[in-house]
Design a protein around this ligand. Structure first.
Ligand SMILES: Nc1ncnc2c1ncn2[C@@H]1O[C@H](COP(=O)(O)OP(=O)(O)OP(=O)(O)O)[C@@H](O)[C@H]1O
Length: 276
């Protein structure tokens, strides 16, 4: 669905952001894109959406080069940006204006998503709170039924109940034909939602694995003393003692601690990567 090959990109000369970045994402999956501040998550999502162009290399979605922004590409991709502008119109007017760009837009589903998020339909967009606006744009994005749905920090600004509503609506929207990419720092918001983890750092993708493989090979748990755990791959001090990642000897998939995995992946030793 998304194929990025040898992507080179910089905003300012001499300060490369991507250097030979490669990435392949498939339909039927929900990818979590993780990275430190400034690693380039938003810029990578903009490359995919055709809002930034590679200096070298290619970025293709459904076979279309993103930078060409062809109509069949644009009608099958929706980006929920981190920062957005919504016009001073009602939701109805917004839908009348923008839904025609998406031939598979589902009005009934849109209303269901708004109901799930408890967003009032008869309010001007500019009179809504940031969180409510975000819910409208997420609902609209889901209702477009585009094959590729990209969300940049979608849970930022959502209150606690909305985060579980978010997981619920995304999980309901997943199907074999859709590729969903979500960037976030709020890894707990993606718990039980994403099935693949992608980590960007140092100009490249440094980790890409499906959650099942990760949890088959690694165990995540807390121990009082480090000596209580065998085959420790990574550890961090925690309030209860230590949060540890160990090799999963039994191979039975367990719980994933995405924050701990992320910190382990960024460790300079690269020990985690050697296990995959
Ligand atoms: N329009 C721009 N002009 C110049 N530099 C930019 C621009 N947008 C982003 N950058 C720089 O590119 C780098 C990557 O920014 P980007 O927003 O893609 O990172 P990010 O991983 O999404 O960060 P965050 O987690 O803080 O949102 C940063 O160093 C940023 O300063």
């Amino acid at each position: 669905m998304i194929t990025i090959q040898n992507l080179h990109f910089h905003y300012k000369k001499g300060r490369p952001l991507f250097e030979g970045l490669n990435l392949e994402l498939e339909a039927g999956h929900v990818y979590g894109l993780l990275g430190k501040n400034g690693a380039g998550k938003s810029s990578l999502l903009k490359q995919i959406a055709g809002l930034l162009f590679p200096r070298l290399g290619t970025c293709k979605v459904m076979g279309y080069e993103s930078r060409l922004r062809q109509p069949s590409f644009l009608s099958n991709l929706f980006l929920v940006p981190e920062e957005f502008y919504l016009p001073q119109v009602s939701i109805d007017r917004y839908v009348k204006t923008y839904a025609p760009f998406y031939p598979n837009f589902d009005e009934k589903a849109f209303q269901q998503y708004l109901d799930e998020f408890q967003v009032p339909r008869n309010q001007k967009l500019t009179e809504m709170s940031y969180g409510q606006k975000k819910k409208v744009i997420i609902s609209f994005g889901l209702a477009t039924n585009t094959k590729c749905l990209i969300m940049d920090e979608p849970t930022n600004g959502l209150d606690i109940p909305s985060k579980s509503q978010f997981r619920k609506v995304i999980a309901a929207a997943v199907n074999e034909e859709k590729c969903i990419v979500i960037s976030t720092h709020q890894v707990r918001d993606l718990d039980n939602l994403i099935d693949n983890i992608v980590v960007i750092d140092n100009h490249k993708i440094i980790f890409k694995q499906d959650v099942e493989t990760v949890t088959e090979r690694l165990s995540f748990r807390s121990v009082k003393q480090l000596e209580d755990a065998e085959n420790v791959v990574f550890s961090e001090s925690s309030v209860l003692g230590h949060a540890v990642i160990t090799e999963n000897a039994g191979g039975t998939p367990g719980r994933l601690d995405m924050e701990l995995l992320f910190n382990a992946v960024l460790e300079p030793s690269g020990r985690i990567n050697q296990l995959f």
